[in-house]
Design a protein around this ligand. Structure first.
Ligand SMILES: [Zn+2]
Length: 331
């Protein structure tokens, strides 16, 4: 269990002081919306809640910790449930174990049906029930419409927590049925303090936080994926040389994300702005504004095919070759 991020504590207090049967926590990824949603759910279901949140020691809190609290239902893509340690339904787990299909990357209609049934039942422990949906943008139109009906006429004691990293992709009707809470960005000190507590070396934390665009959970993920300050600072010039090895551990989607950051910073530097993800001194000198702008458009196009690449290795090579061309373009 990781330490409680300090910037979430204030937000939890603020939200717990308010009423509302459906909240939408939204903002870019890496700011902690899932953690905050889980904290709120735990506090609502806790036997001895305080203004700060759940007690952490009652039966309900313990049941959430071990994923057996029957009054909490999490609605997630199966891939996210597995990654975050939530049990799948017996049927779904069986189908995946038998290799009939892969874990879903969206929230399945079957899971939504279970959630609606859950919402109709009476709560087991008398403190109401909670449905936590994350990432809420992974509902397709069918599942979203099913949820909408329940949001419009909520059964008495159920509350909904939707956490999203791309709320603009949600149906407007879903957004308008929820109270919105934009996730607060941590200060640099809060983020660095939390990263230190998670075991990220001080020398790396600042660089990785910048690499993650200031989003602490993303910075931690970079560190856990083996990135460190030295490697990140050498990356731009390695790509300018056409060195594919610096992206060898990346999925195509992650590689595109890194290249977009590099392209963003080069475009910013060329137009007199400040780089955001890399230090200015680490950026290669080459690349004309026209070449960089064309590269930026190409990367946006590549993003669409990155989820299902024909061949990940070939795609990485092509991405780095394209980057190299842009970084050596004269105009
Ligand atoms: Zn408790």
């Amino acid at each position: 269990m990781t330490a409680r991020p300090p910037w979430l504590a204030d937000q939890a207090r603020e939200l717990l002081a308010q009423r509302g049967h459906a909240w939408l926590l939204h903002g870019p990824s890496g700011l902690g919306q899932y953690r905050l949603a889980l904290e709120l759910a735990a506090a609502w279901l806790c036997d001895r809640p305080t203004a700060d949140g759940a007690c952490g020691s009652c039966d309900s809190c313990h049941a959430i910790e071990v994923r057996t609290q029957a009054d909490l239902l999490v609605l997630m893509p199966e891939s996210a449930m597995l990654a975050l340690g939530w049990p799948l339904s017996e049927k779904a787990q069986g189908e995946i174990d038998d290799k009939k299909r892969k874990p879903s990357r969206e929230i399945r209609v079957e899971a939504m049906r279970d959630a609606i049934e859950f919402a109709q039942r009476t709560s087991g422990r008398g403190r109401g029930k909670v449905v936590l949906v994350y990432p809420a943008e992974r509902m397709n139109t069918v599942t979203a419409n099913a949820l909408l009906k329940t949001l419009e006429e909520p059964p008495g004691d159920v509350r909904f927590l939707l956490a999203s990293e791309a709320a603009h992709q949600l149906l407007p009707t879903i957004r308008s049925r929820c109270l919105g809470h934009p996730m607060r960005w941590p200060t640099q000190d809060e983020a660095l303090g939390w990263l230190a507590g998670e075991g990220v070396a001080a020398a790396d934390a600042q660089v990785l936080l910048a690499a993650a665009g200031g989003r602490p959970e993303e910075a931690l993920a970079l560190s856990q994926a083996g990135r460190d300050a030295r490697q990140w600072s050498q990356l731009p010039k390695a790509i300018a040389r056409g060195d594919v090895s610096v992206l060898a551990d990346c999925t195509p989607a992650q590689a595109i994300d890194v290249l977009q950051k590099l392209c963003h910073d080069l475009l910013a530097a060329r137009t007199g702005g400040e780089p955001r993800f890399f230090a200015r001194a680490d950026l290669p000198a080459g690349g004309g504004a026209g070449g960089l702008a064309a590269w930026w458009r190409d990367l946006a196009g590549e993003q669409r095919s990155a989820e299902h690449p024909f061949n990940a290795g070939l795609m990485l090579e092509a991405l780095v070759a394209r980057a190299r061309t842009a970084l050596h373009s004269a105009s």
